[in-house]
Write a protein that binds this ligand. Structure first.
Ligand code: FCB
Length: 467
């Protein structure tokens, strides 16, 4: 794919999320979120890291937007912190918080960069968790209310509104395996969370349509590419089960207006799904202008033999509790290397496969890669540079894989690298660096890594550089 020229109008961007970069956790009237509580709980994050300061983007946002512009990018994906805008998750908006995002959006527009705003990148106001969190239906209604407030304020100055980022993580890592906030390990609650996230998406999506008719509507899913260890019927059935939990639990309601029957049957021993009310699935199926896809690595499964130690490792941290609710008969196999610093296997072909699957199943649905990137143990050279060849190689191969999918018919409109800069990588704290810009956490200085220079060449030429 070297030399591949992307279609005219293809959007190159970079992505971040509020809790991972902003810091200023107690400034400007911001309330606590589940990630403040979780990261401040001993033992929950690596080295006890928290997002209190993060990359200090709350104070350095103007400088950071200059970097986006200097990279030659056409779009910037960021998230709005719900507890900054509506500290307790209900009631009046906090004007200081709204103003922060209004300034950010206005400056992006001045720089000619499309603002792509995610309403929820995992920072639920703590008060709403105390009232039940995502397993409670009311949280979906609160989310629609928050959406009405902030979309009312920013409206169609935002080019693309994204309702949720990776509801798979919010539901299963937050409420089943507990490796993400709020750290609960309740399988039935995780499935209720899946549903209320789908409902929240639909309700907020309709609010966005009404209040910002000129803006584009999207959602971002971390769809899994799942392969069987053999072509046996049992291993293929393991793929089907994980595909239902990981992918079709969201694609079903959001794009088809219904949960897949096999998901309901597979999980019948965990829940009767009675929290799904008439009309909810249709509500979730609000038409999308673009479906956001996050892709990092692939998954290899087999039917568990019932004897050998079973792994449910999904690359998101160890837990005694599985995120794969109701799929205790599926074994997750270690993947051949090479791996990134997250331990995730490097599988660019999975990117092409995923995009072609979506194109086949939803031929009229435009797609966008809203995250892709890699953590590596970066080394600062004596001259201060970061020669992150492995990240450049990862990006080149994955972006090439996007090009492959486009050449084979997939309607992919853009690509956002994760991430603009090093940041708080959730349970892994500051130990895992995904940025194309390095952040020195003691001085908070920003430095372009080689990958940033490489990405700039790509974004400004629309063509995959040869080297
Ligand atoms: C995704 C998240 C993002 C970041 C990357 C590495 O799951 O959406 O915030 O942590 O993984």
């Amino acid at each position: 794919m070297s030399g591949f020229r992307f279609p005219e109008g293809f959007v190159w961007g970079s992505a971040t999320a509020a809790y991972q970069i902003e810091g200023a956790a107690k400034e400007g009237g911001r309330g606590p979120s589940i990630w403040d509580t979780y990261s401040h709980t001993p033992g929950r994050t690596l080295n006890g890291d928290t997002g209190d300061v993060a990359a200090d983007h709350y104070h350095r946002w103007a400088e950071d937007l200059e970097q986006v512009a200097a990279l030659g990018l056409g779009a910037y994906r960021f998230s709005i912190s719900w507890p900054r805008v509506q500290p307790g998750g209900s009631g009046a908006l906090n004007q200081v918080g709204v103003d922060f995002y209004a300034r950010l959006v206005d400056r992006l527009l001045e720089l000619g960069i499309q603002p792509v705003a995610t309403l929820y990148h995992w920072d639920l106001p703590q008060e709403l968790e105390d009232a039940g969190g995502w397993p409670a239906r009311d949280t979906a209604l609160r989310f629609a209310d928050y959406a009405a407030g902030i979309v009312g304020a920013l409206g169609d100055r935002v080019h693309t509104w994204t309702t949720l980022n990776e509801p798979w993580c919010s539901a299963y890592l937050g409420y089943a395996s507990g490796v993400h906030a709020p750290g609960r390990t309740e399988p039935a609650a995780a499935l209720a969370a899946v549903h209320h996230l789908n409902l929240a998406h639909g309700l907020a999506g309709r609010v966005i349509r009404d209040l910002a008719p000129a803006a584009r509507l999207s959602v971002t899913l971390n769809l899994h590419v799942i392969r069987p260890a053999s072509d046996s019927a049992a291993d293929n059935d393991a793929v089907r089960r994980i595909d239902a939990l990981a992918n079709r639990a969201f694609l079903g309601p959001m794009l088809d207006g219904a949960y897949p029957q096999d998901l309901l049957t597979d999980t019948a021993a965990v829940t009767d799904w009675s929290f799904v009310r008439d009309g909810d699935e249709r509500t979730a199926a609000v038409p999308l202008d673009v479906l956001g896809v996050n892709y990092y690595s692939s998954t290899l499964v087999r039917a568990w033999d019932g004897v050998s130690p079973r792994s449910d490792a999904d690359g998101h941290g160890d837990s005694a509790h599985t995120p794969w609710v109701g799929a205790e008969d599926v074994d997750f196999l270690p993947q051949p290397g090479p791996h990134t610093a997250m331990g995730w296997n490097i599988d660019p072909g999975g990117m092409t496969e995923l995009l072609l699957r979506l194109h086949r199943e939803y031929p009229d649905q435009p797609l966008m890669i809203t995250e892709n990137g890699a953590a590596f143990d970066d080394v600062v050279a004596p001259d201060g540079a970061v020669h992150d060849d492995r990240r450049v190689d990862y990006l080149r191969r994955h972006i090439g894989a996007v090009g492959d999918a486009i050449a084979r018919g997939a309607d992919v409109r853009g690509y956002f690298v994760w991430s603009l800069m090093d940041n708080f990588e959730w349970a892994y704290g500051y130990d895992r660096r995904f940025g194309i810009i390095r952040v020195e956490y003691d001085t908070l200085a920003r430095t372009w890594k080689d990958s940033a220079h490489w990405y700039r060449r790509l974004a400004t030429t629309n063509q995959l550089p040869d080297a």
